[in-house]
Each structure stands twice: as C-alpha cells, then as structure tokens.
Design a protein around this ligand. Structure first.
Ligand code: TYD
Ligand code: MG
Length: 456
C-alpha cells in the first residue's frame, strides 16, 4: 500500500505533521508548515527534503586548483541599468528573483528585457500565469521595444513550462510569477509555501542542468518579504527588489543578494507611457525637484553599492497641537531620528520638545548609513530656525552620542559626485581627508559647531 503522497513539515523547526495545520505543533510558528513530496510506494523518487533524487556520486572530487576557470559569460539585456545591478548582465544557468509590490513594473521591465535579448539573438520564453498572451500583447504594443519575437506561454504548470523551454531551446526563461506556478508533485494550491519552495527548487535544478537562465517574479507581501518565506531568497543566485511609490514616476531596482556581483547596487528607472526608461544620472534627478532657498533641506551623498548617489533630506519642525509631539520619519529609521533629536537637545542645547518633527528623503530612497546623520541634523536645524542651509553645501558625517562628528567611508567618491553636480563645500568631520578639486572641506568636530555654522 503506497504511503500518502505528501508530508507536511514546518519550515522553521522541521517538525513533521500528518496533515496541513496553520500552526506548527512543534514550535508554534504560524503559516510555516509546508507540503513536501515523499517517497511513493517505496520506490522511484526519494523523499529528500529538496525533492532531489539520491544519485551515486559518479564524479570524483577534484582539487580546487585543477578546477578550470572560465570568464563568466553574461547576456546583456540591453537595459544598462538592469545589467548594472545584475553585475554586468544575466549569467547563463543562474536564477534571479525580482521582488516588488504589484503594479510597480516587474512585468514591464522583464518584457522589455526579453524583447532586447531577442533582438540580440537570445531566445526568451516568457511564461505568465498572471496575464494571458493577449494581455501581454497589449502591454508589448505600448513599449518602445519590439517584443514580437519573444515566446510567450500562458501556463502555470511548471512541468509544461519547463517542457516548452526545452522545446524552443530558451536561453532565458521568465516565470511571472512564482506564486502562480505549481508542480504536479504536490497537491497544495499555487502560492503555498510548499509549492513556492518546490517549484523554486525544480527551477534552480533546471537552470543548473540546462544552462538556461531563469528569472522569477515574486510578489512582495505586506510584511515586505517575498511570499514563501526567506527560503526563496536562499535558493536563488540573485535577488533584486523593484521599489518606489506607484504614484511617482521613479522606480528603484536594488540588489540584495548576488552570487555574481556586488550587492546593494541601485538602478533607477522612470516609468513612462512607453515602458521603463533608465535614468543614467540618479543624483541629478533626485535633486532636480529641490526648491532653492527653502529651509529644512540638506543634501548628502549615499553609497548605493559601488555608486555614490546624492539625495535631499527634508525636515519640518512645526508647533505641536496638544499631547505628545509627533515624530514621523519616511525613508529613515524613526529610532535614528529619536537619537539625533536627543543628541541635539543634550549636546547642542537645541530643543524640539514641543514641536512635531517630520523628516523625509527624496524619491523613496532610504537612509541606511549613519553617514547621513549630519544631513538629517542640518535639515532639522534649518527648519527649526527657518533659515535655509547654504545651497552649495553637502553634509557628510556620522553623529555620535556625545555630539562628536565622525567621518564616513568612501568620502572621496561621494565628494567627487557632489563636485560634479556643482556643490562647492562639504560639511564633514575634520578628520576626513579629501582633495577633490573644486570643492572644499569645512571640518567640524562637534554638533555645536554645526549649529553655529548654520546660524552664521
Ligand atoms: P506592471 O509591469 O504590470 O507591474 P507588476 O508586474 O510589478 O505588477 O506595471 C504596471 C503599471 O505600469 C501599470 O500601472 C501601468 C504602468 N505602465 C506604464 O505606465 N507604462 C507602460 O508602458 C506600461 C507597459 C505600464
Ligand atoms: Mg506583473
């Protein structure tokens, strides 16, 4: 008598259940129990957790130095910003995940890339469970690119998609999206943790075995993760996130994992009537909307991966109505804002105690580096005293709890980018050394000096 076809295992603790349950009986985690294939009738497929078959190792191990090296081949998508975040293009046999909220432009980006790859002589299969081929055609008609040669397939059964990829000898397969595909090996519905894991595992093996590059779209859930918990990110070679405000034109493509390039790279696109257009000079675009002579604005340079990008930090300190004053931070950690306000209060005798404080960063960029502290403090002080910060200054430095100002890394590259965009002075730690022509460093040791410099 064959055993039942599936087992249900917790993805957090590994506890096995006879049937699907919402909460793991082992560790109590919610929504972590996933179906996985098990041995059928004792023969055939082995029940390994990754669903693979147990093969005898026919290939003997070799010494590392005897392993031949090849320069990595890459398919250029023809969208320079896309290639840039990938580390130079799509590596054959790799698996790439593109995450993002619905409507941000994932399908548009991939259809444009598919069109350009076809133009360059690569065969692309675009399998969509989200849209029918008619809908894809309508989208394609809007684009600048001619996507006519792209192979499309309105299919959600993984086995059928892989069969079609083999039939057309695809160089690149796009799966739009991982939440809509399912494998026959499992009984659960598409989008289930188990299905997402199993399909991703099969796609990864397909990519490695066939040398086909697989690009998978993953919808981001409310919590910010890609559905089918973190497992999906662990499996793939490269993880890109496509983000931005759906209402704004700018879209940021960011690498958070890359086995074939550096992480935290940022590519900027604008969404137009005829698809996405790369923005080759993000700093200029981010600062373009900056109004001159307004208080509460300061510019800093962030390192986005290997590239410096200038962004504007805006602050508004306004008289609070009643009760506890509000602190609202968009694009930076609210705790960091609280720390900076406390430092300004205790170390520079500048109080925001009965004021509501709002801080935001332009174009949906996030301040994750402490090097942006000085710009946040400058924007706050400028708003408090209703006095615009000098227009030719950028702010670079970390603020310590003692009020001391510390240098940031990669200072030369940041300053060079600022100089290129016409800034003439850097307010930064007096310990930062920089000799970029055309721009001078105003050295500061303590936030009190910043307060005085902005009041002058
Ligand atoms: P889409 O690629 O469908 O997003 P996702 O796959 O991430 O869900 O993007 C859809 C949005 O983009 C939709 O609101 C329409 C807009 N859009 C344009 O503005 N211009 C275009 O040329 C295209 C194709 C879409
Ligand atoms: Mg889509």
């Amino acid at each position: 008598m064959p055993r039942s076809r599936s087992a249900y295992r917790c993805t957090e603790c590994g506890h096995e259940h006879a049937k699907w349950v919402g909460r793991c009986e082992g560790c109590g985690a919610w929504n972590a129990v996933a179906e996985e294939p098990t041995a059928v009738g004792g023969g055939g497929k082995a029940g390994r957790r990754d669903g693979g078959s147990l093969r005898p190792t026919a290939v003997p191990p070799s010494r590392l130095r005897d392993v031949s090296t090849h320069p990595l081949e890459r398919y250029h998508t023809g969208l320079p910003e896309f290639d840039f975040v990938l580390g130079g293009g799509i590596v054959p046999g790799s698996m790439i995940l593109i995450g993002g909220e619905p409507g941000i432009g994932k399908s548009t980006l991939l259809l444009q890339a598919a069109a350009r790859l076809e133009t360059a002589g690569r065969t692309v299969l675009y399998a969509s469970g989200e849209e029918s081929p008619d809908q894809l055609r309508l989208r394609a008609d809007r684009l600048i690119e001619d996507a006519g040669a792209v192979h499309v397939l309105g299919e959600t059964r993984l086995e059928a998609i892989l069969g079609a990829a083999g039939a057309v000898s695809a160089d690149v397969v796009v799966i739009d999206s991982i939440q809509t595909v399912y494998t026959e090996n499992l009984e659960s519905a598409p989008g289930n943790v188990g299905q997402v894991r199993e399909c991703s595992g099969q796609l990864m093996r397909f990519a490695k075995d066939s040398g086909t590059a697989v690009v998978v779209v993953g919808h981001v859930t409310k919590g910010g993760g890609i559905a089918g918990p973190k497992t999906l990110e662990h499996i793939v070679d490269t993880v890109l996130y496509f983000e931005g405000e759906v209402t704004l034109d700018y879209r940021l493509l960011r690498t958070t994992k890359n086995r074939f390039g550096s992480v935290d790279e940022l590519g900027v696109f604008s969404m137009t009537e005829s698809g996405l257009v790369a923005v080759p000079n993000p700093s200029a675009v981010f600062l373009a909307a900056r109004a001159a002579g307004i208080s509460g604005s300061a510019v800093t340079a962030l390192m986005e991966g290997t590239r410096p990008v200038l962004v504007e930090v805006q602050a508004l300190a306004a008289k609070s109505g009643y009760g506890t004053p509000q602190r609202v931070a968009t694009g930076l950690d609210p705790k960091r804002l609280a720390v900076l306000l406390a430092v300004l209060e205790r170390r520079a005798e500048t109080s925001f105690a009965d004021l509501d404080v709002f801080v935001q960063v332009t174009a949906g960029v996030r301040l994750t580096e402490a090097g942006a502290d000085l710009a946040v403090a400058a924007a706050l002080l400028s708003s408090l005293h209703n006095r615009p910060a000098p227009a030719d200054v950028i702010f670079l430095g970390e603020i310590g709890l003692g009020g001391e100002i510390r240098p940031t890394g990669a200072i030369e590259r940041r300053i060079a980018e600022a100089a290129r965009l016409g800034f003439r002075r850097v307010f930064g730690s007096s310990r930062s050394a920089s000799q970029v022509p055309g721009i001078s460093l105003v050295g500061l040791d303590h936030v009190e000096q910043l307060v005085r410099a902005l009041a002058a």
